[in-house]
Design a protein around this ligand. Structure first.
Ligand code: ATP
Ligand code: MG
Length: 342
């Protein structure tokens, strides 16, 4: 009875978004990883999309937190509460069989943080919890045959982290995780506008510019957007126009860091597996992979073809939810050879 997998949960505990996938149901939750807390009492007043709406607009007694900023758990207590709240939203209150949960987390997280995530999932009602690196989950979610004896490269660009991994035979052969992702792209835009236009814009405006007109390689048409900001000199509100070429200039630094890391991961890859990657290409997942032209730029800088996964934002949750299928495959193949091992 307990072998039933119909209610296995795959959770992508991302620094920007938390996504939950349930077998046979699909994606059942997709919310920003944000919590609003009342100062003093530490009472949680909102979680997810409700809390994100309050970001930067909260009255003095409420603080909005992104508990997983930069790929580390900045606030353990809020992270626990957030996980428990999200899971409680998707699970019926009284259950006969407790679900198994696979949680995808950034690989740069510490052992203590990993245990805290596990603990929160148990408290939320899991009977078994497995915490896995998000790039392994992303690879499964992108339908990469991870158990093959062949090299596959996945590059997951999230909000707070970028993970570049080479996977073969169900395991990670090389992995490089850096604390840089879409959040840094936004920060770079804020800095650029401040320096070049002498204007202050908020994070949400910067993200909007990145998604709407940002690109990593020049496009035929230069798109422009009208932006509202605050003049840094006199503090007055001001409108101004910004173009895609300026956003590209602003993003040059963080994008180059990602490309350097891809190159060094390729350099650390054993030659046989590197040859597979050159043939099969690099698969990109995570929201950052959607930046226009980034796939083309990475392909031209590395000489390796680049593909964006079908559902780049959902890959980690989908892969976490399907993780048991893959581990069973590995286990059963091991069993065949058990007699040879005495
Ligand atoms: N079309 C787009 N173009 C550029 N960036 C995008 C686009 N859509 C989403 N993003 C960015 O993707 C990031 C969020 O991606 P994702 O949901 O994969 O992150 P996460 O899994 O929460 O974070 P992490 O993996 O670092 O823990 C945000 O920075 C967001 O601005
Ligand atoms: Mg992610």
């Amino acid at each position: 009875m307990f072998g039933s997998t119909s209610s296995d949960l795959g959770i992508d505990l991302g620094t920007c978004n938390t996504i939950i996938y349930i077998r046979n149901k699909g994606i059942v939750l997709n919310e920003p990883s944000v919590v609003a807390v009342e100062l003093g009492t530490k009472k949680i007043v909102a979680v997810g999309a409700d809390a994100k709406r309050m970001l930067c607009k909260t009255p003095g007694h409420i603080r909005t937190i992104r508990p997983l900023r930069d790929g580390v758990i900045a606030d353990l207590e809020s992270t626990e509460k957030m996980i428990r709240y999200f899971i409680s939203r998707v699970l019926p209150r009284y259950r006969f069989i407790k679900p198994r949960m696979v949680v995808g987390i950034p690989s740069c997280i510490t052992e203590v943080e990993r245990r805290a995530v596990e603990e929160s999932a148990y408290k939320a009602g899991a009977r078994e919890v497995i915490v896995i690196e998000e790039s392994l989950a992303a690879a499964i979610g992108a339908d990469i045959p991870i158990n093959e004896p062949a090299g596959h490269m996945v590059c997951d660009i999230g909000g707070g982290t970028t993970e570049i991994s080479v996977i073969s035979l169900g395991g990670m052969v090389v992995t490089n995780a850096i604390r840089l992702g879409g959040d840094e792209f936004d920060e770079a835009i804020i800095k650029y506008v401040r320096m070049v236009n002498n204007l202050i814009i908020g994070q949400q405006m910067a993200e909007h510019l990145k998604i709407e007109i940002g690109n990593a390689v020049p496009d035929k048409n230069i798109e422009e957007i009208e932006v509202k900001g605050t003049n840094a000199a006199n503090g007055l509100p001001q409108r101004f126009k910004i173009g895609s070429d300026q956003i590209r200039e602003a993003l040059r630094d963080p994008i180059n860091q990602i490309i350097d890391n891809i190159k060094s991961t390729l350099g650390q890859t054993p030659p046989e597996l590197a040859a597979d990657i050159v043939e099969r290409g690099i698969v990109m997942t995570g929201g950052g992979s959607l930046l226009k032209g980034l796939d083309k730029l990475i392909a031209s800088e590395t000489g390796v073809p680049v593909f964006i996964a079908d559902r780049p934002l959902d890959c980690v949750a989908l892969g976490a939810g399907k993780y048991f299928d893959y581990t069973r495959g590995v286990d059963s193949s091991k069993n065949i050879y058990d007699s040879l091992n005495g």
